[in-house]
Design a protein around this ligand. Structure first.
Ligand code: ACO
Length: 337
């Protein structure tokens, strides 16, 4: 019997309309376009501004577009899995809200929280579910409303983050395409250097936690930088080696867009030419779990069936991982962008 693979059959993404530029940020905190561009390579980011708008707003739009692009009726969807650290509520899941908003009634839905590594972790989970043969259509969503956990009084973190969500349809195939391999890791050494301290069960919200900005991202930037570079390069090289892929065999590298200097260091260490690397951080910033699907969506018109694509991410936990994908189709179909 031939191996059943799990292949991406369509992709959609959504960013908010509001553009927060470095110029505007420099009126909010003591910073400058020059500092932000040199240190992190971000010129602007998208922000979901209006009150009462959670990440499900972006997720709902992305899934709506995905259903159209893949000619899928909502009843056909078996599962909706949303990789996000910023769900609308502690409960219910954002996945259940997005499913309801799109008339998806026959699916099981849940959120998974792996910060910036959410999309690569999610692909491994969805691929495993598809390969059982039991499920035919799974939607993997990944994205965050990072502006909801960003401290706009802290100049060391607020330039970094933006809001976005992406969605892919994953289906079974007997062709040699789809998720070929994945390598995932976690290390609790990342507990203190990168966290949102309060709002969970250990430190529920109080006047003090709100007053001390403990509901927003804290990071020791230098520690995160060092681990991110090391681990992203290491795991990309591992997966290439394990699958006998030389630099020439790789068509695209899609790194998590944390900051430009981390991406540059990963490019140097893997030896991949820059023109094979998807980079859009300048326009969107770090959208956490959203960065990789946002890149794939932007580059979709250029992708060809059989392209060898290496995805690599690093985030809180620490968590990190890489996926080797063989792209499943040429260009875009039914695209409304
Ligand atoms: N504008 C102007 N000056 C600033 C700003 C700013 N926005 N932010 C910090 N500075 C100042 C600091 O106050 C400090 O000044 P001082 O020397 O007078 O004290 C100086 O710049 C250097 O500050 P550092 O924090 O030491 O800056 P560093 O060179 O480490 O750069 C940065 C900070 C860009 C965050 C870096 O540590 C980094 O890239 N870390 C990686 C973390 C990351 O990308 N995290 C994203 C989330 S995790 C993930 O997605 C993997």
């Amino acid at each position: 019997m031939r191996r059943l693979n799990a292949v991406i059959t369509g992709i959609a993404a959504k960013v908010p309309d509001y553009i927060l530029t470095n110029k505007e940020l420099s009126t909010i905190v003591d910073t400058s376009d020059e500092w932000i561009m040199t240190r992190v390579g971000i010129r602007e980011r998208r922000i979901l501004k209006d009150e009462g708008q959670g990440i499900s707003v972006l997720g709902t739009s992305a899934v709506k577009e995905l259903l159209t692009k893949t000619n899928t009726v909502p009843e056909e969807v078996d599962a909706v899995i949303f990789a996000t650290s910023t769900p609308d509520h502690i409960l219910p899941s954002a996945a259940a809200i997005v499913a309801e908003n799109n008339g998806i009634k026959n699916a099981f839905c849940f959120d998974m929280e792996v910060a910036c590594s959410g999309f690569v972790y999610g692909l491994e989970i969805c691929s495993s579910l598809i390969r059982t043969g039991k499920y035919k259509k799974i939607i993997l969503l990944a994205g965050d409303k990072m502006s909801s956990i960003t401290n706009y009084k802290d100049r060391t973190t607020c330039p970094l983050f933006g809001d976005a969500a992406g969605a892919v349809m994953i289906e079974p195939t007997e062709e040699n395409t789809g998720v070929m391999d994945a390598e995932l890791h976690s290390d609790g050494v990342g507990y203190l250097p990168l966290q949102v301290k309060a709002g969970g069960s250990k430190y529920p919200a109080t006047h003090e936690t709100v007053g001390d900005a403990q509901h927003t991202v804290y990071q020791d930037g230098r520690v995160v930088f060092k681990h991110a570079v090391l681990r992203m390069a290491e795991v990309s090289l591992n997966i290439m080696q394990r699958n006998s892929l030389s630099v020439d065999d790789v068509d695209w590298l899609v790194p998590h867009q944390a900051n430009m200097r981390i991406i540059d260091a990963v490019i140097d260490r893997t030896g991949l030419p820059r023109e094979k690397v998807m980079i859009n951080i300048e326009r969107y910033g770090n959208t956490s779990a959203g960065t990789i699907p946002l890149c794939l969506w932007e580059w979709e018109p250029e992708l060809k069936k059989g392209d060898n694509i290496i995805l690599v991410a690093f985030g809180a936990g620490f968590s990190w991982g890489s996926v080797f994908l063989k792209w499943g189709y040429n260009g875009t179909a039914n695209d409304n962008r």
